[in-house]
Design a protein around this ligand. Sequence first.
Ligand code: HEC
Length: 265
Amino acid sequence: MSKHPKDEVFEHDFDGIQEYDNELPGWWKKLFYLCIGFAVIYILHFHVLGTGDLSHTEYMKEYDPNYTEPLVEVSGGVFNRYTSPYLAREENITPRVQAELNNLLNAPFDEHMYRAMSKASPEQLEKLKAIFPEIYAQFESGAMAQPMQPATTSASIASTLTEPLTDASALLDGKKTFETQCFSCHGMKGEGGIGPNMTDEYWVHGSDMQSVLKTIYKGVPAKGMIAWEKTLSPEQIDNVASYILVKLVGSNPPNPKAPEGQKAE
Ligand code: HEC
């Protein structure tokens, strides 16, 4: 096209309105080309290469910093990503929410019952009590005061003690813990109740220091024994385990619960 000199009027005429045929200003054209360049980079970055997060992923990451975008199956070539992020992804749950759901689904039956009982109306609770008396007894005993711990993956415990502590201050601290945290299930004098008798020589989970420590650390969630590692410090657990083994075992409290488990050698 031939370049029109500045301020040359076009030949055409609309009802007496005429126009100049001027070049677009340089700043305008630069902006225009910049926009085209930006669009190309934008499309490559977000929709083709996938190096940038689309709004859906950005949202998920804000909700869960560990979210990783699932790989989308590519069926339509490089521009496949250029579909709505909502259509391209099947899931709309983050891994954290999924983990919580799995936890819930895999929880033992008792735990589901505890949840139900904690939300039940008095009449519903009566019915549940009639059908599941044992679970109700545990629920009522306050086993639920501490939410059940999900099974811990690591089986290791923080204490390496193989023999109980015998110094008076440790035993006194252990007694204090026992009489504030453990008595509700094991009895004030360790005679047993919901939990086993701590004064006889019979043990369900082993009588040596490490076994007792481990039971206290990890609990027996399915049976209503709480995992104490989150509530008590390692010293407190050392002390209460020592108190059980040194002071309670062999004592003869009134109203002892019948022995459970195997006799210690
Ligand atoms: C909510 C009730 C409850 C509380 C509170 C509780 N326990 Fe237990 N405990 C149990 C039950 C139930 C068992 C039996 C688990 C089994 O049969 O597998 C048990 C078992 C144990 C055992 C193993 C006994 C054996 O025969 O092997 C030890 C040790 C123990 N508890 C220590 C403690 C200590 C220490 C505390 C306090 C820090 C405590 N428990 C608090 C319910 C409780």
